[in-house]
Structure formats: C-alpha cells, structure tokens
Design a protein around this ligand. Structure first.
Ligand code: COA
Length: 150
C-alpha cells in the first residue's frame, strides 16, 4: 500500500474523481490548482483519491475524496485522510470541506473529527444543472465541516 502525489496528467483519474463530485465542470475548475493524492492498494491498484486546495495561510480544503465502490470499508479513505492531516499540520491549522446532506458522509467525517460550521442554502439547486440524489434523497444545501489539525 502506498500514497503518491500526482503532479502530471491528473485528468487520468477523472473516473474516480467523478465518484466524489459528479460535475465534471466543477472538477476541471479545481483540479489544476489541487494537490492530488492517490492511494494504491497492495496490488498496486489505485483505490482512493483526495484533492486538496490551499485557501489561505491557515486553511486547506478537501475538494474531493473518493474510493471505488469495490474497495470501500477497508480503511483506505481513512488512511488517506490521516496522511493529509499529517502532511498539512506543520503549515496549516484547519481543514474544511463542503458536502451534501448525506447522513453516511456526514457521519464518516464527524467520526474523524470534523464538526459542522455552516450551510449554504440551496447550493446544489443553484449550482448544478440537474438535481442530485444520494441514498434516494435530493441534495439541497451545502454543509461545511471543519477539523483543527494542530
Ligand atoms: C466516503 C468514502 C470516501 C469512504 O471511503 P472508504 O475507503 O470506504 O472509507 P473507510 O474504509 O476508511 O471507512 C469506511 C468505513 O469502513 C470502516 N472500516 C475501516 N477500516 C475497515 C476495515 N479494515 N474493514 C472493514 N471496515 C473498515 C470504517 O470504520 C468506516 O466506517 P465508519 O465511518 O462507520 O467508521 C466512500 O464511501 C466514497 O467514495 N463515497 C462516495 C463519494 C463521497 O461521498 N465522498 C465524500 C464526499 S467528497
């Protein structure tokens, strides 16, 4: 198992990035300026991805975190998050991220130390061309979470 930072040809990971963010246009907006990390499993297969951007001197934002469905529940995304916390804690004090109101996703992040800070009302209605459904529920508001890393 290894985690690598991808600096060239980031777009070859578009299929897995689309799992974490189904809007390809949005992905193109942040991919170039993102630091992109890929976790490869023991068979050297890319299984999880995380895209991170710098917001300001103290804050970084996770723009995308995803694991291919067949590799979920093995701890890969947690390992990638731990790697990110460790890598950035020297120079940054907090990590933020925005997500839809999906109980599974929210509980995943809350178990890993994130707390809700605010929400942007109607974000998914106003910013995406088509309605997005997760677990049979339409995403409406964007919920922001924050974790202190030092
Ligand atoms: C959210 C997501 C990234 C999690 O990926 P993952 O690689 O399955 O994550 P993990 O395996 O680290 O953790 C998932 C669960 O498996 C459990 N788990 C961890 N290691 C495990 C192991 N060795 N064996 C079995 N289960 C394990 C974890 O406890 C966790 O459960 P919990 O949240 O109740 O604690 C993945 O479900 C996904 O890609 N979802 C779609 C995209 C998305 O919603 N992204 C987040 C918003 S950007």
């Amino acid at each position: 198992m290894k985690i690598e930072e991808i600096t060239k040809n980031k777009i070859i990971f578009l299929d897995i990035l689309l799992i974490g963010d189904e809007d390809e246009n949005m992905i193109h907006k942040y991919l170039n300026e993102s630091n992109l990390f890929v976790l490869y499993n023991e068979n050297d297969k890319p299984t999880s991805i995380c895209a991170v951007i710098r917001i300001d001197d103290k804050t970084i934002e996770i723009k995308n975190l995803a694991t291919y469905p067949e590799f979920r529940n093995k701890g890969y995304a947690s390992m990638l998050l731990e790697f990110i916390f460790d890598k950035y804690k020297e120079n940054y004090s907090e990590i933020i991220l925005g997500t839809g109101e999906n109980e599974n996703t929210l509980s995943f992040y809350k178990k890993r130390g994130f707390v809700e800070t605010h929400r942007i009302k109607n974000f998914f209605i106003n910013n995406y061309p088509n309605p997005i459904f997760e677990n049979g529920k339409q995403l409406i508001d964007m919920i922001y979470l924050k974790k202190l890393i030092k």
